[in-house]
Design a protein around this ligand. Structure first.
Ligand code: PAP
Length: 319
């Protein structure tokens, strides 16, 4: 990956808190499911208010740690890793709680209902760990206002698309969504928190501008060397391990095999404010699953976009 990337995108867009959602541009994401556009990104209409609450009310503490991701790029995995790194003896908690409860989403859980954050963590808990899918372009002011640490995880666009397509078809079976439709939406840049490319580029740029505060990681690098990445995350967060066995233990406890096999993960319970079974966030967790689904034509279409959107900027990732 070329670290000397030169990206100039419009970051830090001003948004009016009293925005009329009906006035926002609307576009088909799936058949009969519309997304609305805010600040150049697409969201479900019901997500707009909570997102604006986060943008306007979230005041990160310098000790906060934030997991930032585009959906389906490995959020659940990174949550469990960071939770384990920051709470060294976390094995039991990971066995009985979902990573989405241990590391709540700002826009889905913490600011779901009001401008006041829900107290999901004890006030004395430091560092607090939150997560978000909100693009950097909308959150830059908030993140810049604090010395908090942000870890952004991204994933190959084709595997990200396939993961989302499976997720939607499994958990919203009434809205059968063909892979061609899903690919088309992805390439048009319409979807949850989409366009994917702008999302990645925004955080990538921040990580280059503020490397002490924003760390940019890919699913593939982490999958190929999980031990090395646990140590890198650890160094970034300023709490280095002294014991290699601890690193090994964290990698094992956060593997998809271990995480998805805890009894609670197999139950029908839902993580707080997320109306889906615990196991909805675990499927294969592999690199390259798109090869089992995408046609050569679709692969070429996405790769062309990846070259245009990433490679032309010197960011040699995603193909
Ligand atoms: P979210 O953004 O909706 O919270 P997220 O966790 O980012 O979802 O994505 C789920 C993907 O991460 C799934 O990928 P797949 O569909 O290609 O299989 C899921 O399997 C994968 N995943 C979840 N936990 C882990 C883990 N511990 N290790 C590796 N991959 C994981």
């Amino acid at each position: 990956m070329d670290p000397h990337i030169d990206i100039d995108i419009d970051i830090d867009i001003d948004i009016d808190i009293d925005i009329d959602i009906c006035s926002l541009p609307k576009e088909n994401w799936q058949r009969d499911v519309h997304a609305v556009q805010l600040g150049g990104f697409w969201f479900m209409p019901e997500s707009i208010k909570p997102i604006l609450r986060v943008i306007n009310n979230f005041k990160p503490l310098p000790t906060d740690v934030i997991v930032a991701t585009f959906p389906k790029t490995g959020t659940t995995w990174l949550k469990s890793l960071l939770y384990s790194i920051l709470n060294r003896s976390s094995k039991h908690n990971l066995a009985v709680q979902h990573p989405h409860n241990l590391v709540p989403f700002l826009e889905v859980q913490v600011f779901a209902e009001s401008d006041e954050p829900l107290l999901l963590a004890a006030p004395s808990d430091e560092p607090r760990i939150f997560s978000t899918h909100i693009p950097c372009q909308l959150l830059a002011k908030t993140l810049d206002s604090s010395e908090c640490k942000v870890v952004y995880l991204t994933r190959n666009p084709k595997d990200t698309l396939i993961s989302m397509w499976h997720f939607v078809n499994k958990y919203k079976p009434d809205q059968s969504w063909s892979l061609d439709e899903a690919t088309d939406s992805f390439c048009r840049g319409v979807g949850l928190y989409a366009p994917y490319y702008d999302h990645v580029i925004g955080y990538r740029e921040q990580s280059l501008k503020r490397p002490e505060n924003v760390m940019f990681v890919t699913f593939e690098e982490m999958m190929e060397d999980p031990r090395g990445y646990v140590k890198k995350l650890d160094d970034f967060l300023g709490c280095p391990f002294e014991d290699e066995d601890e690193v090994e233990e964290i990698v094992k406890n956060c593997s998809i095999e271990v995480l998805s096999n805890h009894d609670v993960k197999k139950s029908k319970e839902s993580p707080s404010r997320i109306p889906l079974p615990y196991n909805a966030f675990f499927r294969k967790g592999k690199i390259g699953d798109h090869n089992n689904y995408l046609s050569d034509e679709s692969i070429e279409r996405i790769d062309t976009l990846t070259r245009e959107r990433f490679h032309s900027l010197g960011f040699m990732y995603g193909i």
